[in-house]
Design a protein around this ligand. Structure first.
Ligand code: ATP
Ligand code: MG
Length: 571
């Protein structure tokens, strides 16, 4: 496969599509390999909100369970007391459900501490683990390098009794942090560095958000993860490629712990998305250092941020389907995601008229005080949704400033003096005169309309090239529009000069607030959170947190086209 997944690629693949992991699961069923139905799990650490990378993993794990009649657990991998919090546990559950998935069982790795401890004693009794009393640095040095073998710890030859005694006293809280660790006894010359007596349990006198101060020893990732899978009867433990080298310790541990038909780990490519950071640790910095308003800032690649921005779960699932599952890491173009978002909203949301950058138009031959209600189509194709509304037309209108040019080039089919344009659902109008203020800025256009062209129909077949959007000044609602853009200004935010970090790649224009936009009155009665296409502008949703009937606020979900592609071509 290529390194870049092309944007605007195909429509979502059919459900029958089989990637290499689904092939494997189908084969598990055909051969009865595990003697049980396919069982997957999604195992987030509750140390941050879920992001789009997690969404990929969720769609994969829950999708497989659904497609193959298996189960999928949600398991909180909460074995690190320092960084975890119940607020993340709650956010993660909400986000998984919002994405459209329901777990078969909900587990916490911290509920397995007793079982994991028992397995630790078992390993010690069988001579497969020992307590090492070297410090961190000595342990690191003893591990050797990729090209040279490590050396055995001076404590490696401790007797079973001595090890058991120390392990029990570690648990009882007799020792300070860092004084002892439990290590697997494997091979300090192993070609796989991870297999050189990996650490299993460390001492950490810390408060755990669920277990309180019950525990002062905590299992390390490799020890906790595979065994938690085995305890739950998982069949395929799906994880990202950076854990490939951990597969050996995974297999070693579940075998030594005596599990029959243990789960098997299988790796897939992690999602990396252009103009985005997919790492909870870095996203946490954006939140803590105030670069965004929170985890659910609409610019964040978190599920909560995307939801608040107005992206639908359907779009995220369709995106996961389009990018598929691969064995090799690949960056995905952001345009692929934006395409999925547009594709999802296109048939789904009604069109309305909104002017972001208003310029006054006065129709000099239109009767003063008259208001006509024009019929307007809500959906352009009338499939699958239908409906019409009415929009007021009057002598004074707003059009978008971008739709007017004083000295237009030839192919500019919008408003300029002497050229006729069609007002969407309205009349043909021709600009006759420009009004400027003292500073020389255009503040008003004086126009005439042709009464024979109501609803945009030409009476004599004369051609009008341009159709522009507008709202009637007397009835339009003032609103605020938040134009969200990419959070980072470059495809790979980590690709910055030496001495700088990803923060220096932040896009300073990722939020532009338009405070005096004008929207047609029909939206005034819609509930907060309604999505629209503002014709010729983009997709928007009324902002759930801050929009009120008195003051409408809209988030831009996505523009109509990829405006960045144009920028890049210009550059
Ligand atoms: P982060 O670096 O953002 O904290 P993580 O892998 O440490 O990510 P976890 O909470 O441990 O976060 O991840 C839960 C699951 O989500 C894991 O199975 C992991 O493989 C998967 N996952 C995390 N990030 C991605 C990604 N970018 N693409 C695909 N899967 C991911
Ligand atoms: Mg992790």
């Amino acid at each position: 496969m290529t390194d870049i997944i092309p944007s605007e690629s195909s429509t979502p693949a059919p459900e029958s599509r089989r990637d290499f992991i689904r092939e494997l699961v189908a084969d598990d069923i055909a051969t009865g390999r595990f003697g049980r139905a396919p069982a997957t799990r999604f195992p987030p650490e509750p140390n941050g909100f879920l992001h789009m990378g997690h969404a990929k993993s969720i769609c994969l794990n829950f999708g497989i369970a659904r497609e193959f009649g298996g189960t999928c657990n949600l398991r909180f991998d909460d074995t690190n007391p320092a960084t975890e919090d119940v607020k993340y546990v709650e956010a993660i559950q909400r986000d998984v459900q919002w994405l459209g998935f329901q777990w078969d069982a909900l587990y916490y790795a911290s509920d397995y501490f007793e079982q994991l401890y028992d397995i630790a004693e078992l390993l010690v009794q069988r001579g497969k683990a020992y307590v090492d009393s070297q410090n961190e640095e000595q342990i690191r040095e003893g591990r050797g390098t990729v090209t040279s073998a490590g050396t055995n710890s001076p404590y490696r030859a401790r007797t079973v009794d001595e090890n058991l005694d120390l392990l029990r006293r570690m648990r009882a809280g007799e020792f300070p942090d860092g004084s002892h660790v439990l290590r697997a006894k494997i091979d300090m010359a192993h070609v796989n560095m991870i297999m050189r007596d990996p650490l299993l349990i460390r001492i950490r006198h810390a408060h755990h958000y669920r277990r309180g101060n019950d525990w002062c020893i905590y299992p390390l990732y490799d020890f906790a993860h595979g065994l938690s899978d085995a305890i739950e009867g998982i069949t395929r433990s799906l994880c990202t490629l950076e854990f490939k080298d951990s597969r050996e310790i995974y297999d070693w541990l579940v075998a030594e712990a005596g599990f029959e038909n243990p789960p098997r780990q299988m790796e897939f490519a992690r999602l990396e998305l252009d103009y985005t950071i997919l790492s909870k640790r870095k996203l946490l910095r954006l939140v803590n250092e105030g670069h965004v308003s929170g985890w659910d800032d609409p610019r964040m690649p978190t599920i909560a941020g995307l939801r608040r921005r107005g992206v639908r779960a359907e779009a995220i699932r369709a995106f996961a389907e389009v990018i598929g599952v691969a064995r090799k890491d690949a960056r995905v173009e952001i345009a692929t995601f934006e395409h999925a978002v547009r594709d999802d909203l296109n048939m789904e949301v009604p069109r309305v008229l909104c002017v972001l950058n208003p310029l006054k138009v006065v129709i000099t031959n239109y009767p003063e005080g008259q208001v006509e209600w024009m019929e307007a189509q809500n959906y352009p194709h009338d499939v699958p949704k239908t409906g019409t509304r009415t929009v007021p037309f009057s002598r004074e209108l707003w059009i978008d400033r971008d739709d007017f040019m004083e000295d237009p080039p030839k192919k500019f089919y919008r408003m300029s003096v002497g050229r006729e344009v069609r007002l969407r659902f309205g009349y043909f109008i021709t600009c006759t005169e420009i009004v400027k203020n003292d500073a020389g800025e255009v503040i008003e256009l004086r126009c005439t309309y042709d009464p024979e062209t109501r609803s945009g129909q030409s009476p004599d077949g004369r051609k009008v090239q341009g159709t522009i959007h507008w709202v009637s000044a007397g009835q339009a609602l003032d609103c605020e529009v938040r134009l969200y853009d990419r959070l980072f200004a470059q495809p790979d935010p980590d690709d910055v000069p030496e001495g700088q970090d990803f923060l220096s790649a932040l896009n300073p224009h990722s939020l532009v607030v338009v405070s005096n936009a004008k929207v047609e009155p029909s939206v005034g009665s819609d509930p907060v959170g309604t999505r629209y296409q503002f014709e010729r502008t983009g997709y928007f949703m009324s902002e759930p947190e801050s929009s009120t009937p008195e003051r409408l606020v809209f988030n831009r979900i996505v523009g109509l086209r990829d405006s960045w592609a144009k920028e890049l071509k210009k550059g």
